[in-house]
Structures are given as structure tokens and as C-alpha cells.
Design a protein around this ligand. Structure first.
Ligand SMILES: NC(=O)c1ccc[n+]([C@@H]2O[C@H](COP(=O)([O-])OP(=O)(O)OC[C@H]3O[C@@H](n4cnc5c(N)ncnc54)[C@H](OP(=O)(O)O)[C@@H]3O)[C@@H](O)[C@H]2O)c1
Length: 325
């Protein structure tokens, strides 16, 4: 089978495709033939060696895939060969055959295409966990979603709308922001034009109740000046390249809280909560209320082109790899 391999930390332009023997599932594992793979910003920084998790070299990158089960370990009885499933990996997804333990395998809704399933789990699980358990968002509140043109952010826009919030979505590219409106954002704004003044104007001077922030850096600092009393600021990531320093006097004045969230860690520490989150998300997807936003599709062997659109900030929502035969 073909496998994408990172042999050294650095540019994703150096990853290679190798032929490896096909894996056999262990007694508690499931073997899947992916039809599509989700690409994430995390793949770029994990290959770069700057992500919090540095796998032992060489490693197979990739956090998520979707395909059909082709073999099952003897201790597994909740799945069958042929089931259409999405899988998650830490890492290891970018291969023509993958193995995963059953808690990392989820049956797909029958109406969901493989490409949408491959890009669903990381984005929507992070968005839901961030807004619900992290931000404790309530219907009628206003959410400021940063990085709304990206995978996590565009999922968060949709989840916040389903939860009854008013959504202000931000980015730095007007063309990309036009697409964000199509996914339900009430307002979009370019933060390069001044975040605070625009948010204050849109909220009658009140500020927002929840901030969902995959960007960090200066944008987080500015967000502290756009919040309502009792606001919750959810730290999701640092695409700006800098973690912010929280001014605790601002928190005190606004009775606000800052909450870091990690969807993967939540799934390991609170599996029941994570399963409940995913059940809600899959119901919404089945009803057509949310969908994986995909702007770029590439065949498996063009993985570098896929990672490039993420690194170059060309992607809107998700980029996906698909199986060619
Ligand atoms: N906490 C968790 O559980 C969890 C889970 C998954 C991912 N993450 C993190 O979430 C973050 C986003 O991941 P993603 O997959 O959504 O990435 P993505 O699809 O590449 O989107 C990145 C977003 O960040 C913005 N952005 C990129 N560089 C920026 C910069 N220098 N300054 C300001 N904005 C910038 C982009 O907006 P414009 O280009 O439109 O300005 C885009 O909307 C990453 O840090 C990732 O590690 C966290």
C-alpha cells in the first residue's frame, strides 16, 4: 500500500510516498480502506516539528480519514466489514490502509459522502466542545468566531448558529469572508479594519459573550477589548504564531474567563461527553443542518499541494485528499 511518510521534521515539501506492507488489525482494532482523508493545519505544524506532539521519526502524518471497514479484530462486535466509517489518528491517517481502535472509529451517516466525513470530525468536535463545554454558550448570546475562514472556525460558525447564537465571524481576507456568510454567519468582518470598533458597532456597544479563538496573538489581545460582562474566551489554537498574554485586570473588570480546550484530550478524558457531542453533530449533519465546508480536493498522491493551500491560507474550511481508484 502507498503511505505518506515524514522522515524528518521541517517543510511538508520533504514528505515522501513509500510502499509499506498492509497492516493487520490487532484484537481490539479495525482496519479501514480510506476513500478520503482530511487535511488540517495541525498536519503542517506536526510535520514542521512545532506541534505540541512530536511523533517518533519516521511517521505517517494525518489525523482523520473516512472509508470502508475491511477487517476487524476478534474482540470487536459493534462494527462489520463493509461499514462506512470515519477514523481518527494521532497521527497515521495518510495511508491506503489504516488501523484504529474502536473508540477512534465512528459510523458515518448513510447520506454523508466520504469526502465530507473525512473532514468532519476534528473540525466539528473541536467547534462543539469549544463552544459548549468551553464557552458554555447559550441561545441568544453573541459569539465572536475568529479564524472563521478556516477548518475549525467555519465549523464553529455553523455550530454556534445551531445553538441559537448570533455569530460575528472574522478573517483577514474579504473574498474568503464572502463564503463564510453562506455557512450562516450573521455578520462577517475583516479584523484588519479594526476589531474593537466593528464589534462594538454590531453589538450596540455591549461586546460579545463568547470568543472562539483558533488564531491567538494580537487578535486575542484585541478580543479582550470586545467582550461583554461575564464573557468566556475560548483558546483553540495559535495560527497567528504567538500565544497571547492574558491581562488579568481586564478579566477582573469584565468578570470574564479564559478557557483552553483540546477536543482530542476531551475525548480521552471524558469519552461519554465526547460521544454525546458527536451524536448531536451527526444528527445535525443527517438533517442537513451542518456540513463539512470543502474548498479544495486533491488526489492522494498530491498531498503536498493539499498541505500547501493550508499553509498559504488559500483554503476556505477544509482541504481533502481523495482515493483515485
Ligand atoms: N484545541 C483543539 O482541540 C484544536 C483542534 C484542532 C485544531 N486546533 C488548532 O486550531 C487552529 C486552526 O486550525 P485550522 O485547521 O482551522 O486551520 P486553518 O484551516 O488553516 O485556518 C486557519 C485560520 O486562521 C487564520 N490565520 C492563519 N494565519 C493567521 C495569521 N498569521 N494571523 C491571523 N489569522 C491567521 C486564517 O484566516 P485568514 O487567512 O482568512 O485571515 C484561517 O481562518 C490551529 O492552531 C490548530 O492547531 C485546535
Amino acid at each position: 500500500m502507498k503511505v505518506i511518510v515524514c522522515q524528518e521534521f521541517g517543510s511538508f515539501e520533504n514528505i515522501v510516498i513509500e510502499d509499506w506492507p498492509e497492516p493487520n488489525p490487532g484484537p481490539d482494532q479495525i482496519c479501514v480502506a480510506p476513500m478520503a482523508w482530511g487535511l488540517n493545519y495541525v498536519d503542517v505544524i506536526m510535520i514542521g516539528g512545532t506541534y505540541q506532539l512530536r511523533p517518533e521519526l519516521p511517521f505517517v502524518p494525518g489525523g482523520e480519514a473516512a472509508g470502508k471497514i475491511i477487517a476487524i479484530g476478534k474482540n470487536i462486535d459493534e462494527f462489520n466489514v463493509g461499514d462506512r466509517v470515519m477514523t481518527s489518528h494521532r497521527p497515521g491517517a495518510f495511508a491506503e490502509r489504516v488501523v484504529a481502535s474502536s473508540e477512534n472509529v465512528i459510523r458515518m451517516p448513510s447520506s454523508m459522502p466520504f469526502e465530507e466525513a473525512a473532514g468532519f470530525r476534528a473540525a466539528f468536535a473541536t467547534a462543539y466542545h469549544g463552544l459548549v463545554q468551553g464557552g458554555r454558550i447559550q441561545a441568544g448570546e453573541t459569539a465572536l468566531i475568529h479564524g472563521a475562514t478556516g477548518g475549525m472556525g467555519l465549523a464553529a460558525v455553523q455550530v454556534a448558529k445551531q445553538l441559537g447564537a448570533t455569530v460575528i465571524a472574522t478573517g483577514s481576507n474579504d473574498d474568503k469572508l464572502t463564503s463564510v456568510k453562506e455557512y450562516g454567519a450573521d455578520y462577517t468582518l475583516n479584523h484588519k479594519d479594526g476589531l474593537r470598533s466593528q464589534v462594538k458597532a454590531l453589538t450596540n456597544g455591549q461586546g460579545v459573550d463568547v470568543v472562539f479563538d483558533p488564531v491567538g496573538g494580537d487578535l486575542f489581545d484585541e478580543s479582550m477589548r470586545c467582550i461583554a460582562m461575564g464573557a468566556r474566551l475560548v483558546v483553540v489554537g495559535f495560527t497567528a504564531g504567538r500565544a497571547a498574554q492574558v491581562k488579568t485586570n481586564h478579566l477582573l473588570i469584565k468578570c470574564a474567563s479564559v478557557i483552553g480546550i483540546r477536543a482530542g484530550s476531551n475525548a480521552r478524558r471524558n469519552p461519554e461527553v465526547a460521544r454525546g457531542n458527536m451524536k448531536t453533530l451527526l444528527n445535525w449533519a443527517t438533517d442537513g443542518r451542518i456540513r463539512t465546508p470543502i474548498s479544495h480536493r486533491f488526489p492522494f498522491h498530491q498531498v503536498k499541494a493539499g498541505l500547501r493551500v493550508i499553509a498559504d491560507r488559500d483554503v476556505i474550511g477544509k482541504a481533502i485528499l481523495y482515493r483515485e481508484n
